[in-house]
Unconditional design. Sequence first.
Length: 267
Amino acid sequence: MDAVEKQIETDFFSVQDLTISFGGLTAVDNVSFAITSGSIFSIIGPNGAGKTTIFNCINGLYTPNSGKMIFMGEEITGLKPHKIARKGIARTFQNIELFSRMTTMENLMLGRHLHINTGVFSGATFFRRKSKAAREEIKHREQVERIIDLLDLQAARNQFVGGLPYGTQKLIELGRALALEPELLLLDEPSAGMNTEEKQDLIFWVKDIQDELGVTILLIEHDMRMVMDISDRILAINFGKPLCEGIPEEVQNNPEVLRAYLGEEEI
């Protein structure tokens, strides 16, 4: 094992030589990066560059052809999504994956499912004042209330999600991921569909998640202003291959990145 591999093994989260193909198309080609604890790391690239495919590999939806992923010293390559979640990795999606006929509170409570220990029989005694299920219910609701306060969702607490504005639904999905109490949070285009004011608020909330909750964030985002404002480091990819990695200023001025975005996004 060389020095680079040894460093990757000891990072908070690392991806080493990740490759995945679909038929004859290589969607991700030999991608490596490492994230330090408590940081915000962003992956950028034009549409079809392979960003979401990387996320799908990380949270277990896809199994890569080669390479490995290491989280807090443990290899997680090839694990099922529910096992990835239990390790402390949560994710939001480009397309909203909420239950539209349930309230905000109910959707957020679903995010607590991995932390619920009581079963059917203990649940039957819920209304006994000192039952284990009742105490656990109170604990989970308190955690969800903290998320509601953090994301300013008080007005939407008891409303059905399907009738709420799109930007609010995106925040609820973010809140449901936070309800899992992740160590690593994967945000897949969290500002998509939001207006300018909502995006600015989202920047503050993401920073609060990093600073107040101590959550490490891996971000995919097309809004370059947001990426440059909040990222500690950025990886740019195109056609599944890495272009460059560095601090925002380095990536922003890299000729390969500018070429990849020419005609699609002004950086």
